[in-house]
Design a binder for this molecule. Sequence first.
Ligand SMILES: C[S@@+](CC[C@H](N)C(=O)[O-])C[C@H]1O[C@@H](n2cnc3c(N)ncnc32)[C@H](O)[C@@H]1O
Length: 371
Amino acid sequence: METMENSNSVVFDKLALEHGGMLATNGHALYQSRDVIMDCLDKMLRCSNTLRPLITVADIGTADGSTSLVLCNEIIEKVRKYHKQIMIHYTDLPDNDFNRMFSIIQEGLRRGPDVFSAAIGRSMFKQCLPDQSTDLIFSSVAAMNLSKRLRRPNINQSPDQSNENEVKALKTLAALDWKTFLVMRGRELRPGGYLVVLNIGTTKYGETTVNIHGGKATLDQILKTMLADGLITMNEFLDCSSCSLVERTETEHIAPFKENDKDLEETGLELVSIRSFVHQLKHPTFYVSNKDEATKKLYADRIVAGIKPWLYNSIYRGLSSERSTSEREILVEKYFANLWDFAYKNNDQIPHLALVEIVAKRRQRQSLKTK
Ligand SMILES: C[S@@+](CC[C@H](N)C(=O)[O-])C[C@H]1O[C@@H](n2cnc3c(N)ncnc32)[C@H](O)[C@@H]1O
C-alpha cells in the first residue's frame, strides 16, 4: 500500500476561531482526564526527591496550547506549593502554528520567575525531550494520528475496509506507531514519572467518534460528489481520503505492555490503568429539536468549525501540487461549504468523541540498560 508522510497539524480559520478553536474541535476533552492527571502529579510530587528544585511537564501534540492552558495553570499552582520551579514543554509537529501558541501562552499562562516554558517542533514518534528529563507527560486527542498516511486503494474502499493485505498494513502501522509513541515517552520520563494519554479510539462497547450526521461516510460522500462533479480528479480523491488516523481499541492500546517488547521494557514504562468512554460535545444548538432557520445556521457553523481544523490539511495536501495555492484553497473551501450545507439540512446529530485514556508510570528503580 502506498504511504506518504503525515502532517495533520490543525488549521484555524475565522469560523473555527469564532467558535472557540480547539473547544469546538474536541470540546476540551482533555478535562475528562483532569482529575487523573492531577492525581498523578500529586503522587509524583509526594514521592519526588525533595531536594530536586525543578518539575518538568510536557504536553504532546498541544496545537495552539489553548486546551491545556487551564490545566497547566492548575499544575503550576500545585507545584508552587512544593516551592519548586516548573518547566513546561509544548510539543507538536514542526509546521504547527507556534506563533499562535506563544501568544496564547503569553497571555494565559500564570507566569512568574519560577515558571518556564518552551516549544518543541518535533513529531511525537521521535524522542522530543532528553532521556529521563520529564516528570509528567500528557497528550490529548493527538496520538491517534499515524506517522504516515495510507493512500486509499480505490473509490469503493478505504484502507480500513479493503483487502486483507491493506487491512494488515494499516494494523501493522497502527501498532508500530503506538508502541513507538510509548517507547519515546518512556525514555523521556524520569523514574517515577507519569504518562496520561487521552486518545480518540473505540470504546470497550464498540462506540466510535461521530462528528456529523452519518459520520465518516458523510465526509467521504462530500468528496465523492466533488469527484462526480469533475472538480477533483480520481487521484486527488484517493489522496484526499487517505487514512491518517486510527481508532484503536482498549486491547490495541494495552498490547505493547503485554508483548514483553524489549524497547518498551528497557524504558521501565508500566501500564497503570485504561478506560474508555464517550464525550459529547456541547453547544446550545445541539439540544434544540425542530430547529428554526437561525438555529440551523448556527448548528452548521459549529459542526463545520469542529471538523475543519483537523480535516483542512488532509484535503489541501491531497490536492494536486500542480494546482496553484489559490486553486487548492478554493477547492478546500468548496468542500467545507458543501459540508456546511449538509449539516444545515441534517441537523439532528449531537457530535461526540469516543475516547480511550491510558495511564502509565515509569518504574522507580530499574536496571538502566543502554539504548
Ligand atoms: C486535535 S489536535 C489536539 C490538540 C490538543 N492536544 C487538544 O487536546 O485540544 C491534534 C494535535 O496533534 C498534532 N499532531 C498530529 N500528528 C502529530 C505528530 N506526529 N507529532 C506531534 N503532534 C502531532 C496536531 O498537529 C494537532 O496539534
